[in-house]
Design a protein around this ligand. Sequence first.
Ligand code: GP9
Ligand code: MN
Length: 656
Amino acid sequence: MKFINSFFKTLVQQYDYLIFVFIILLKIYYFSHLTNTVFITLTPLEYLNQFAGWLLNLNEGGQIFEGLILISFGTILLSTFWIIFLKGKLRLIAILVLNIIFSFIILADAVYFRYFGDLISMTVLSQLGQVGDVGESITALFRWSDLLFIIDILLIIPIFFIGYKKDSKSKNKFIPRAVIGLAVLFIGFQLTFIPFNKSMENGGAFQFNKLISNMRVYNFTGLLGFHGADIYRYVNDNYLNKTTYSAEEVKDIDQWLTNENNLLSSEYEGIAEGKNIIILQVEALQNFVINQEINGQVITPNLNKLTQEEVYFDNFYEQTALGRTSDAEFLLNNSLYPTASGSAYMLYAKNEYESLPEKLKQEQYNSTVYHAYNPSFWNRYIIYNQFEIDEFYSKEDFSEGEAIGWSLNDKDMLLESLEDIKSRAQPSYSHLITLTSHHPFEMPEKYETMNLEGYTDYSMRYFRNYINSIHYVDEAVGQFVDALKEEGMWDNTLLLIYGDHSSGLTKDDPAFNAFANTGEEYNYFIEDKRIPLIMHLPGNDQSETINKVGSQIDLAPTIAHLAGIEPSSYWLGSNLLSDAKRQATFRDGSFISDQHAFLAAPDGIYDNGSCFDRQTESEVPVEECREEFNTGIQELRISDKILDGNLIQRIKAMNN
Ligand code: GP9
Ligand code: MN
């Protein structure tokens, strides 16, 4: 009885902690209100009802998992339960300090979000000062209403003083406090990890590990959970599990890089020297639609014309991994491989690089990326600084226009980009990244202009959408090329067009299979990765189709070759216009060369893979692929080490 008495007394004495938790929760709620990001959609009563049902096992509690209230609450308890063990002055100070820290984090995130549409991550903090010219405008981002994030700190001090005096009179027993403290820890743990694990199971694990953007992590961890996971990742990568590279090893890699650079010359060397360069990276453009008809209609008339009049690579492959579009960009910019998990854009955003734009800058080029989407997506606005890209013309810079799919339609996007390119000093380097043909390739009906009779089955919807969407994008490319000609820029521009990665149409898609002839394992493997590469070389009027294997990693060395500039020794690709021995190596160790195609087994064991002869398209003994496989694996390892150890910086420091 005595214990129960003192237990309840102690429980009542936790009112200050309760107020504190409630206030932080309110602030987090206010944050999601200001930023218009996910939070609970139920009214408080409905919520409590569902919550109780879930607790008592009466229902699945489906909706309580929507929004972030469970996990937001849980993460506060989890990070502050220890306050319950404190008493007196110490407790008061702890509450105040925690309140100040949390409020500051939430306020900083709110202000940062206003400008970048992103949360402050450890990456951002570790490169403060490089985030562009935001510094001066940060004060302009504050609003009076932001005071709500900190107002209580001033008001709360006197309240605590009253409470503190009262507390000090009563005897505060340890055991009841320990019981309450541990209970709070337990509840915090459950409220954090039950919803977290639930969303990990529901496809969240992929999102969480893929690291597309901070906001996607936030979407199921909540604000404090995001910071917790972010700090954990940072400490783990930089301290706990940091691989160290000895000076010896760094030297060896430097040596290897210098030896490996097989950049032979070609008749086109320097043909684009001092000319404007435009790189047109087309979302999900695969090669199987090029020079093809469906129901008697040409799918990509404009691209086809270019393949016939310009230099066209029909044995060219994409090498992206989980980083999708950003991996394609990464390959173009750095001629390094994407990472095996996550995305290089998120994981290595503060590394030193020797990018193509940086190399071009040394030859007086200015560089701009044009992409009508949120700058924080794929961490672009951060990593572009590392690539020394001068400007990022992103969503808010483009005019409103009609949106198709994810964003502004490609026709307007390309023409508006061209307007801007015209205003740039010469020579300029422009990387245009389209978006209309993004999965699931849906467009307003009026743009679905292809007659796709015979493909109306529901199971064929992606294929159908894809054909219509690519046809639309082809028109956009046609208009863009026409505009370049009208502006008199065509003869003075080096233009490259290629797809970023495959469309995601799979083996199980009957229409895709029949149309692209991908029924056999070998054919699917090739066709799934094959993308067109078209090059318009200024002042060249001979057309050519190049059948030698090439891949995205070869883009930067080739562009440098055409622009007549020295390639970086950190680039792993080689010049596509030369006879250099090449192979397209993929992230899992699979590869395609002129002689062989090797399909790595899911278990990663070499002998379980399949080796094909490209001439006969038939499977041959796996041994025949061994040598090229080893070459590929070696390159992947070097690339991974360069990223993991930030070795470009190390090597530069070493050689200085
Ligand atoms: C958005 C775009 C998304 O910026 O890059 O493309 P994805 O990576 O999903 O292909
Ligand atoms: Mn993409």
